[in-house]
Design a protein around this ligand. Structure first.
Ligand SMILES: *Cc1c(COP(=O)(O)O)cnc(C)c1O
Length: 431
């Protein structure tokens, strides 16, 4: 498979370059040059296949030119290790729970896939993955890359500005994972990482790469959620709508990729918190980035969604088609808390704040249009947002074993100030 840049469809690179570079030289995002079409008999047979079997076929259709059958199997088996059912939350509405990975958030899957794919593509080389995080990405990447040979992960996070649970998830592992606690805020961390990527001399000395959601190695595997959800839907005769809680819009873009590959989806709902750039755009306004605002669904507090160019690319830049196929909805924190309470009362189901936003979007969509089966993506375990969820539903929730296990680990960090020199010195002394 070749990959083109969303800024220039005529320049293509191979899988290895797309994964190692992350972002194209012209700052565009990589996209598969050909979107494979899966035969409808495969789509109809999925109900009888396991999650992994579906994965071999879907990932194979995208990456079989570049990887052996054995590698594709290994990649999928390493990434997917659960068979979560769809949970019915009210009639015809289903939650797809994507939080059964090691850090209980859906980013685990992309991170695991990314680490395995990098280890195949890098062969004998050693690579350093630099990640700036405000919390969730750091924990998913740290756990996804833990013990992967040839890859060292450096996580930069703002001192005192991530939750203690999140901090434990990436500071207690040790091994090939190093956490750098930066005197500063998230923007400082991001700046340090960007400066390192732009530092020619440094890049001659070491192979640096990123593992954020613009990297196709993290983006592509997410289309599997949608194939899997469809395969487990009891009533496939109704038209289907997916509602996706969105921040950088990688997940939603991967859903559209699945649809372009032949999955019968009628509509997508782009559900956001008050960071509503994309719902505004879908409602007919020009696209306009804004400073992010803080909300209780903080993994979606994004003011300039990085995967937006992929949405347009998937519809061949046809804005009318994009606006016809994807419907935008946004909600404030009060509405989100309120629905968490109501859904617990009415259906006994506990939503996390991100899933709650997706549920709201789906409900509003279904109010306007009847006869659809709706699936919303539950992207994090409610225990990750314990305080907010408990206050909303008025009950205590139990932290799952995996989360409480992290809390017992011992934090190991290296502290640096927020200057690039400090970061660079530390990186080069690592050699
Ligand atoms: C990252 C994240 C999202 C947003 O996903 P995007 O692909 O960035 O749109 C939603 N929910 C949770 C819990 C997340 O961690």
């Amino acid at each position: 498979m070749k990959f083109y840049s969303t800024n220039n469809i005529h320049i293509t690179v191979d899988l290895q370059e797309a994964v190692i570079k992350g972002l194209a030289a012209d700052k565009g995002l990589y996209m598969p040059a050909i979107i494979p079409s899966l035969p409808s008999d495969f789509i109809h047979s999925m109900a009888d296949l396991t999650f992994n079997e579906i994965g071999y076929k879907v990932i194979g259709s995208l990456l079989a030119d570049d990887l052996s059958d054995e590698q594709i199997k290994d990649l999928v088996d390493h990434t997917l290790h659960f068979d979560a059912p769809l949970v019915e939350v009210g009639r015809g509405i289903y939650a797809l729970e994507l939080f059964h990975g090691p850090t209980l958030a859906f980013k685990d899957f992309g991170a695991r896939f990314c680490s395995k794919l990098m280890s195949f593509l890098l062969q004998e080389k050693n690579v350093k993955v630099l990640v700036a995080t405000s919390g969730d990405t750091g924990s998913a990447v740290a756990n996804g890359f833990y013990n992967v040979k040839g890859v060292e992960v450096v996580i930069l996070y703002p001192k005192g500005k991530v939750s203690s649970l999140q901090e434990k998830q990436f500071t207690t592992l040790g091994g090939n994972i190093t956490a750098l606690e930066v005197e500063g805020n998230f923007d400082d961390c991001q700046r340090l990482v960007k400066e390192a990527f732009a530092d020619r001399e440094l890049n001659d000395q070491m192979l640096l790469t990123s593992a954020n959601s613009i990297n196709i190695a993290r983006w592509i595997p997410q289309c599997l959620y949608y194939f899997y959800a469809y395969s487990r839907l009891p009533d496939k005769n109704r038209a289907i709508v997916f509602s996706v809680p969105s921040g950088n819009f990688g997940n939603l873009a991967a859903g559209i990729l699945a649809e372009r590959m032949g999955l019968p989806v009628s509509f997508f709902v782009a559900a956001t918190n008050l960071n509503k750039i994309v719902p505004d755009y879908l409602g007919g306004f020009p696209y306009s980035a804004m400073p992010s605002v803080q909300t209780i669904s903080n993994s979606m507090d994004v003011g300039n969604p990085s995967n937006f160019p992929r949405l347009l690319a998937l519809y061949s830049q046809d804005e009318v088609l994009l606006r016809d196929s994807v419907k935008g909805y946004f909600y404030d924190d009060e509405t989100t808390k309120d629905v968490m309470k109501k859904v617990k009362e009415n259906f006994g189901y506990i939503l996390d704040p991100h899933g709650a936003v997706a549920y709201l979007g789906l409900k509003d969509f279904l109010n306007d249009k009847i006869g659809y089966a709706g699936i919303f993506l539950e992207t994090a375990h409610p225990g990750k947002f314990k305080e907010t969820v408990e206050k909303s539903i008025g009950e205590n929730i139990v932290l799952p074993e995996r989360l409480s296990a992290f809390m017992k680990g011992e934090k190991k960090v290296i502290s640096i100030d927020n200057s690039y020199m400090a970061f660079r010195n530390w990186l080069t002394n690592l050699l």
